[in-house]
Design a protein around this ligand. Structure first.
Ligand code: ADP
Length: 514
């Protein structure tokens, strides 16, 4: 509400009436601007008013035109209340008509009781108040529309970027396939091509993982698996994962650690993802041969710093780099661009751990520093166990049911190469037939099968005598809690999302607890 919104513009019939009327209005606790002429009243009306009061003689003839044009200049929501003080005796009908054309007009017959006058003014202001509500509502809607339009534009840009980023790895993979077809025994070419294709597929997988992660995190669907972890281990693991990128860009990475365990309660995978994302950015946004410092410190909490000597971030972008789809100087042809999701994930994950993350940079070209703070656990009981030793494989009879031949066959090949006996079926009914013959110890079932779907197949296998002990594994593109609940209800023992995490599948085949 502006001050002018509530004021009454008052043009008295005479100076004496003006003084008396103003006194009444002000005495009733209302705001009043006394006008000395119709021109002043029309001028002030354009600056905002709750109501105008004027004598009939000012509101007819040329006055009516002026007033009408002042009223017409108001915005669409506005219907400015006009109180016209008419002369004693009956007002001629023609005049009444002219007056009423002015809009929201109330005719007040002179002479007037003070109370009657003030009541009429209050009623006009109440009416105006409702118009202001409409005005504020329209303004709020307009703001909302602009915000939506902005979000929509960013989403469009993001889709263009996404398509571009997903297509990038496809070209080398397609070339790789052609090379493999022609390589004809050239082992070096095959190995090099296979390594390249595997890097590109990893890259594609990471993009898709990030996309899935961000949508699950923004919908609050991610749960942390908290453990007592030593940040020294997490940092080393993250540095190891980003090492190929750092080496490829000839950066120099130094790791500074306090030389004793720094324990926090955290999800080790998620925290390694946080540090990995920050290191990846440091490597991506630095010219070749840069220096990256990964520092672990302690104060009241645990502090992880990732410092680089790279492109830096302009001051005005610093508060926004954690926003979804935000990229500094985004262009479609950036060589190492991502999707503008990484830092959003970092921030959400750190906050889910009860921590904070901040970005600092002295400006373009001056490097950046990202600082993650996490609450520290005082107790230090990390057991320092070394990495698990790979267990010898016990050969299993495995049934794979997947209607996508490439997916089913490649998984079968991998499992056969690790010493298992595997049969593949393409549909639910075929799966049931094979199962009756193979009596599988483990059945890996796709859920979206034509005809009999994976849920039903699981139920049918379970119902057979041979199927009571079969370990049923759902392999699906859907990994939400709701999906996991459904597979559990259908009798599955495990739920893996595609592409299958081979380590997780190996653990199931070994009979480890999930
Ligand atoms: P992207 O997929 O684009 O890397 P991020 O969310 O990880 O998305 O980062 C958002 C943007 O912040 C990046 O596009 C980049 O412009 C900027 N940025 C992030 N980290 C750094 C860094 N270490 N140095 C300079 N700029 C950075």
């Amino acid at each position: 509400m502006f001050e002018t919104d509530e004021r009454v513009l008052f043009l008295g019939p005479t100076r004496k009436d003006a003084a008396a009327g103003t006194k009444l209005i002000v005495g009733a606790g209302l705001r009043c601007h006394t006008c000395l002429s119709l021109d002043e009243l029309c001028h002030e009306a354009r600056n905002g008013a709750g109501a105008v009061i004027l004598p009939e003689e000012a509101a007819v003839g040329a006055g009516a035109d002026k007033l009408r044009s002042a009223v017409r200049d108001q915005p669409a929501w506005s219907n400015l209340p006009v109180l016209v003080l008419t002369a004693a005796g009956p007002t001629p009908t023609a005049r009444v008509k002219t007056l009423l054309e002015l809009g929201d007009v109330t005719l007040l017959k002179r002479p007037l009781e003070a109370a009657e006058f003030i009541n009429a003014v209050r009623a006009a202001l109440r009416d105006r108040g409702r118009q202001y509500q409409v005005r504020d509502y329209i303004a709020a809607q307009t703001r909302l529309t602009e915000e939506l339009r902005d979000a929509d534009r960013r989403k469009d840009e993001f889709l263009a970027m996404l398509a571009h980023e997903l297509r990038n790895p496809l070209a080398p993979i397609r070339n790789g396939l052609a090379i493999l077809q022609m390589a004809d025994g050239d082992r070096t070419a095959v190995r090099r091509t296979r390594d390249m294709m595997s890097r590109q597929v990893d890259h594609l997988g990471r993009l898709v993982d990030d996309l899935l992660d961000v949508s699950r995190i923004t919908r609050g669907k991610v749960e942390l698996r908290l453990e007592t972890v030593d940040l020294n281990t997490i940092l080393a693991r993250a540095a190891e994962a980003v090492r190929p990128l750092i080496d490829a860009r000839r950066h120099h990475l130094t790791l500074t650690r306090p030389g004793r365990p720094v324990t926090v309660s955290a999800d080790p995978t998620r925290l390694a993802q946080v540090v990995g994302n920050l290191l990846t950015n440091a490597a991506k946004y630095s010219d070749e041969g840069g220096r990256i410092d990964l520092i672990l410190e302690e104060d009241a909490g645990a502090v992880i710093r990732v410092r680089d000597t790279g492109l830096g971030i302009p001051a005005e972008m610093l508060p926004r780099v954690f926003d979804l789809f935000t990229q500094v100087g985004r262009t479609l042809d950036r060589a190492d661009g991502g999707l503008g999701i990484g830092l959003t994930l970092v921030k959400s994950l750190v906050e889910m751990h009860g921590g904070t993350v901040a970005a600092a940079s002295e400006g373009a070209g001056k490097g950046s520093e990202f600082t993650v703070r996490l609450p520290k656990l005082e107790r230090d009981d990390s057991d320092g166990a070394g990495p698990a030793v790979a267990a010898a494989v016990t050969p299993r009879r495995i049934l794979i049911v997947d209607d996508n031949p490439d997916a089913g066959d490649s998984l079968a090949t991998l499992l056969e190469m690790t010493g298992h006996r595997v049969e593949v079926a393409r549909s639910g009914s075929q799966g049931l037939e094979v199962a009756a013959r193979l009596k599988p110890e483990v059945a890996v079932l796709d859920l979206g099968l034509p005809g009999m779907n994976g849920y039903e197949l699981a139920g049918r296998i379970r119902a057979e005598p041979f199927g009571r002990a079969t370990v049923l594994v759902a392999l699906t593109g859907y990994g939400q809690e709701e999906d996991r609940r459904r597979t559990k209800e259908a009798g599955f023992d495990h739920h893996l999302t595609k592409p299958a995490d081979l380590a997780a599948l190996a653990a199931i085949l070994r009979g480890d607890d999930p």
